[in-house]
Ligand binder design. Structure first.
Ligand code: ATP
Length: 508
């Protein structure tokens, strides 16, 4: 864990030093859980969005995109249930004055027990070698069984109390388990209270309650309230989907872990409208599509796993998360939810407008069911950032730091590097730059020794470095250096564009 913490700290420092992410309002000591994307970060983020949009909208003839406003009519949030139920249980420690999410405190406690179990298993694995059977060991080892039973008991109490909103029971659980504040070490807790996560503000010039509106806590509702507009104007036939990328805002109680949990963040969501009764088939379909999308980036597959929800939200009849192995462990990256007709029926009720679809094949009208895929863009960014960060020892004993981004997501695609600042090399280099920059973000760099320039590009993850040397003037060839293998290949200048295109094309 310690190693992972150190690595995470290094990644955060690196992303500031190399222009990926800055703390918001840094000169005023920052704003907690709010971040700015810097010159390289913004490119990486844009490329992730594009990669998602292409896979969801461009590649699916029955999915279209929209871009709805952040502000919505306040009744939307009554209908969606956010005004009544978008709460987290919070608890304050009276000594440190620090506020926590009560459920997270208990979950962290369970994770500690889980950690002990894993330690025992790792030890046994070492001892028994190839003969080790983990399943059998879990089922028979007394200490592990005892610990697992404890986790199961705590989990049952926690989730049933959350479900029934018995906040007193959660407080008792925290006390019974003897959970202490990580800061003060004390057990001096306030009562557990509900805290609504929506930000509110006033619309118009008069500030009274009737003008109160909210910053959207998810992009999905913009899609629900527009689904009939899109269906009619786009002549969409069920099943069809609507996709959207946009900002969402949540006043998170525990805002930590860098861009994992932010108060202002971006979501990439797709709502897929289907016939009632067919939703579970489509749920399975989208689970598979989405995990394949992640795997297509070439990141090691054991970084991903599904976590099927046992405890379902009131609107869902199936839900699964794609979890990613972040530096702080496996955590939710994307959610796939079968939301039934909950949202559309609620909007129909609150707005008094019919939101039914006439199915020409069935010859009848119904409120469609919805399967959604919802991924946090910033979390996706973090997953890419953390797996790409690589410290490498080279054969000559030196070290290099390289961001091994999937080339298609890399902020800068190619660096154009004239070996020297004279002899006509810069002019030649500029010609190549001019040719590539219409289609790709490139960086021209003629300062410092070439080795140093390569390192700079490694640190921001540029997949290809094109070096123009004296031979280039004689025979119109250059070298292309591959970021990961560091191999250099001599190629004709006239072929550079095609080579880069082939390396970066989705089709290829
Ligand atoms: P969590 O349990 O981590 O709070 P959630 O279950 O509330 O997440 P959803 O409401 O399902 O999340 O939102 C869909 C996606 O939006 C999540 O999978 C996550 O990637 C992203 N997301 C949610 N909250 C945040 C946040 N505060 N900061 C960054 N991304 C977020």
């Amino acid at each position: 864990m310690k190693n992972n913490d150190d690595k995470f700290k290094k990644i955060i420092a690196h992303s500031k030093e190399y222009g990926f992410i800055f703390q918001s309002s840094e000169i005023y000591d920052g704003l907690s859980a709010v971040y700015d994307y810097a010159q390289n970060g913004v490119e990486l983020k844009k490329n992730i969005k594009e990669y998602w949009w292409k896979a969801m909208v461009q590649m699916n003839e029955n999915i279209v995109g929209i871009d709805t406003a952040i502000f919505m009519h306040p009744t939307v949030w009554k209908a969606s249930g956010h005004l009544g139920a978008f709460n987290d249980p919070m608890v304050d420690n009276k000594d440190s004055k620090k506020r926590y999410r009560a459920d997270v405190l208990v979950e962290d406690f369970m994770a500690k027990i889980e950690g002990k179990i894993n330690k025992d298993i790792a030890k046994a694995k070492k001892r028994f070698g190839d003969e080790f059977n983990e399943e059998e060991f879990r089922a028979t080892n007394g200490r592990i069984k005892e610990r697992q039973a404890k986790i199961d008991q705590i989990s049952k109490t926690l989730y049933s109390s959350m479900e029934s909103e018995e906040l007193g029971k959660i407080k008792t659980l925290i006390e019974d388990l003897g959970i202490t504040c990580p800061l003060s070490g004390s057990k001096n807790w306030t009562d557990v209270r509900q805290f609504n996560l929506m930000f509110s503000t006033q619309i118009g010039s008069v500030s009274d309650e009737s003008n109160e509106i909210y910053l959207r806590p998810e992009t999905a509702q913009g899609i629900f309230v527009n689904y009939l507009n899109v269906q009619k104007t786009g002549r969409m036939k069920i099943p069809f989907g609507i996709a959207q990328i946009g900002k969402a805002f949540r006043n998170e109680i525990v805002a930590r872990q860098f861009i994992f949990r932010m108060r202002e963040f971006e979501q990439m969501e797709m709502q897929f409208f289907v016939r009632p009764g067919e939703e579970l088939k489509w749920f399975e379909y989208w689970k598979e599509q989405r995990i394949n999308w992640h795997k297509s980036l070439g990141i090691s597959e054991d970084n991903y796993r599904f976590h099927d929800h046992e405890k379902l939200a009131h609107y869902a009849n199936a839900a699964s998360d794609i979890e990613f192995n972040f530096p702080m462990g496996f955590k939710e990256l994307e959610g796939i939810h079968s939301r039934t007709d909950f949202d559309l029926t609620a909007h129909q009720e609150y707005s008094g407008k019919k939101l039914q679809y006439f199915d020409p094949e069935l010859g009848k009208s119904y409120v469609p069911y919805v399967v959604e895929t919802s991924i946090g863009l910033d979390r996706m960014f973090l997953s890419i950032l953390t797996t790409s960060y690589t410290e490498e020892k080279l054969d000559d004993g030196s070290e290099r730091l390289v961001m091994k981004f999937p080339p298609i997501l890399a902020p800068i695609k190619a660096a154009i590097l004239p070996l020297t600042k004279k002899d006509g090399l810069p002019e030649k280099a500029r010609e190549i730059m001019a040719d590539l920059k219409q289609d790709y973000i490139c960086q021209y760099d003629e300062k410092d020794a070439i080795g140093k320039r390569y390192r700079r590009q490694d640190a921001i993850g540029t997949p290809y470095c094109i070096t123009i040397d004296h031979q280039s003037l004689e025979d119109n060839t250059v070298t292309i250096r591959d970021r990961d293998t560091m191999q250099q290949e001599r190629v004709a200048i006239k072929d550079i564009y095609t080579i880069i295109r082939n390396k970066l094309s989705l089709k290829m």
